[in-house]
Write a protein that binds this ligand. Structure first.
Ligand code: FAD
Length: 239
């Protein structure tokens, strides 16, 4: 398998760093190919704009999706965007590795998605979305650390369920572009764990990583289960 890890943590010695190194070693030992985009070390610029492109569709009014569509037809993405898109097309499995920041992705990773997941049928658009998406047949997984302990992220916990917090990422970014979305891998409150407990978490991650091809995926409804207004149809609702 070919695995692409997008790593978003500013500190190399962090627990997130340990998780990515654990994944890299376990996958290499099992004979898989691994490519890592370590966004902080790359100095990846998360701010989207005209510099995403080497082509110009409309000089007078910048509409990102229109420029993306034009660039998709004219080989017009800036080299750092093209390089990330190439890694996405290359991989069988995408892993997003990050600490939960403000109930979401760290800005550097959100900006990577903003800039790299381009319209015009390159990454989405032109009828290519959800199970008909560009990345249909590939898998993707969020692997994250969370400051709070599990109860506060349970269904009735103060912070709300982790499934609802991750929905914009799992559904809105990964499933939207066609990936089968593997259940996220979560490590709660690594700062408060003992050294031994952290070792257990890394062993648990090693196990998940080596079983990525069969790990359970989130059962999102298919496009065909919706009516002409993209509302779930009656038979799908009954399921
Ligand atoms: C801007 C911001 C917003 C945040 N928003 C939220 C939020 O919305 N919700 C929330 O719950 N939390 C939030 N947090 C907290 C954040 O999610 C946690 O701080 C983060 O997930 C912890 O992961 P880490 O990799 O940074 O841990 P670290 O602090 O880097 O690591 C934890 C411990 O593991 C140790 N360690 C490193 N490598 C190893 C190893 N190989 N073996 C054993 N131990 C090791 C480290 O030395 C450290 O003691 C936020 C934090 C910030 C800065």
């Amino acid at each position: 398998m070919r695995i692409f890890i997008v790593h978003a943590h500013p500190e190399e010695q962090s627990f997130n760093g340990a998780m990515t190194r654990t994944a890299q070693a376990a996958l290499a030992a099992a004979g898989h190919e691994v490519v890592i985009s370590d966004l902080y070390r790359m100095g990846f610029n998360p701010v989207s704009g005209r510099h995403n492109f080497i082509t110009v569709h409309n000089r007078d009014y910048f509409r990102q999706q229109a420029e993306e569509s034009f660039a998709a037809l004219n080989d017009g993405f800036a080299p750092e965007i093209q390089a990330e898109q190439d890694k996405l097309f290359w991989c069988d499995v995408l892993i997003l590795q990050f600490p939960l920041w403000w109930f979401g992705l760290p800005a550097i990773l959100k900006g990577w998605v903003d800039r790299v997941f381009a319209a015009g049928g390159r990454i989405y658009g032109g009828g290519k979305w959800y199970d008909q998406g560009v990345f249909a047949g590939k898998r993707a997984m969020c692997s994250l650390t969370i400051g709070g302990a599990p109860p506060i992220y349970s269904e009735h916990g103060l912070n709300g369920s982790i499934a609802s917090i991750l929905y914009p990422i799992n559904h809105g970014m990964l499933y939207f572009t066609g990936f089968d979305v593997v259940e996220p891998f979560l490590v709660h409150a690594p700062v408060r764990l003992s050294v031994e407990q952290r070792a257990v978490e890394l062993a648990r991650y090693r196990e998940r990583i080596t079983g990525l091809s069969t790990a359970p995926i989130i059962a999102y409804p298919k496009l065909a289960e919706h009516d002409e207004h993209y509302v779930l149809n009656a038979s799908a609702k009954r399921r």
